[in-house]
Design a protein around this ligand. Structure first.
Ligand code: AHG
Ligand code: MN
Ligand code: MN
Length: 329
């Protein structure tokens, strides 16, 4: 079938891209597009806060606060507030799951069609030390009828049910990377214009890579299968690269080819990473880019969630590398 729309070139503004590609999405009503814009805008706000983080600490030290008392809050709490506020006001969302909140956030908008799962700021150990961090999000369509109260089935959906997912990476430049199931696209933020522009068209992860990303400090508490795979990586002379912000490690591997691993450890028997707002989103992006994501045995996107903050062992990245790692199980 001939495509009715033209593919937009590198340098196209995000808004134009979202509008142009709206028909890729089978329920295209414009609401998902608006929701993506809300997330992109919150990303700009959080980006601004992160960029002045050092100054905020100075301000905090001399005891200044804004009217809401917000300027001294930790950035992950602040990011949580910013995203929840935008998603609540936007009107498209009926419920949110956030790393920073124990329970489902019912936003008081029962006619919203979408549910968002979010890690407002990923990479907590890097927040205060000026190293790349990010926001990760998954978007689902609610299952219950519009106008009805939120039910557990609206929120605890499998990764295959995601209608969109992505991340904002606050790195040497700020980027928004997302998919609606029709390829992965990356946009770079131009702060002086206040706009994101298409910089990475139809992103594909190399099938093979030479980078492995894992916290090797925990080596002694890994299962033998993981230890054996790491021995293999060393024999192959792969490069070890571990930032400690999942989103940043994932992004590098997406561009260069590699595998990110957070396995079970003695301290974290189900791994550390959370299925609903870390693993699913990046698994969706990885698959859309030709990569893979597994917990060692199961495809991440097919795991039936039972809890909001459920953890899973995580192997994500280049297809051949993830397959090789899984062969050790
Ligand atoms: P968060 O900051 O959202 O809690 O996530 C931190 C995660 C992830 O970003 C990172 O890859 C991992 O924790 C690092 O954990 P270790 O310090 O155990 O390696
Ligand atoms: Mn995280
Ligand atoms: Mn977080």
């Amino acid at each position: 079938m001939e495509e009715s729309r033209i593919a937009l070139p590198i340098g196209s503004p995000l808004d134009r891209f979202i509008k142009n590609n709206q028909d890729d999405f089978k329920f295209a009503t414009g609401e998902l597009s608006q929701l993506l814009r809300d997330i992109a805008l919150s990303g700009k706000v959080v980006n601004r806060e992160i960029n002045k983080a050092g100054l905020m600490n100075i301000a905090g030290a001399i005891g200044t606060q804004n009217v809401q008392g917000e300027d001294q809050q930790k950035l992950d709490v602040l990011a949580n507030i910013r995203f929840i506020r935008a998603l609540t006001k936007g009107g498209e969302v009926c419920a949110i799951i956030s790393e920073e909140e124990d329970e489902i956030i019912e936003v008081g908008n029962d006619t919203g069609r979408y549910v968002v799962a979010i890690d407002p700021l990923d990479g907590s150990s890097n927040i205060d030390v000026n190293v790349s961090i990010g926001t990760i999000f998954s978007i689902f369509r609610r299952k219950s009828p519009l106008g009805a109260p939120i039910e557990e089935r609206d929120v605890l959906q499998k990764g295959t049910e995601q209608v969109a997912a992505g991340y904002v990476l606050y790195g040497s430049s700020t980027m928004l990377v997302y998919t609606t199931g029709a390829g992965v696209y990356g946009f770079t933020y131009e702060p002086s214009l206040g706009e994101y522009f298409l910089s990475h068209n139809k992103m594909m992860i190399p099938e093979d890579g030479k980078i492995y990303s894992i916290n090797e400090g925990s080596y002694n508490s890994f299962e033998d299968s993981v230890k054996n795979y790491l021995d293999y990586c060393r024999e192959q002379n792969y490069s070890g690269r571990y930032i400690g912000s999942l989103v940043s490690d994932f992004h590098r591997n997406l561009l260069k080819g590699g595998i990110y691993i957070y396995p079970r450890t003695a301290k974290a028997p189900n791994g550390k990473l959370r299925l609903m707002y870390e693993c699913n989103a990046l698994a969706f992006i990885a698959e859309q880019a030709g990569g893979m994501a597994t917990d060692g045995e199961r495809r991440i996107l097919e795991i039936e969630p039972t809890e909001l903050h459920q953890r899973v062992p995580y192997f994500v990245g280049s297809k051949n590398m993830v397959e090789k790692a899984a062969s050790y199980f």
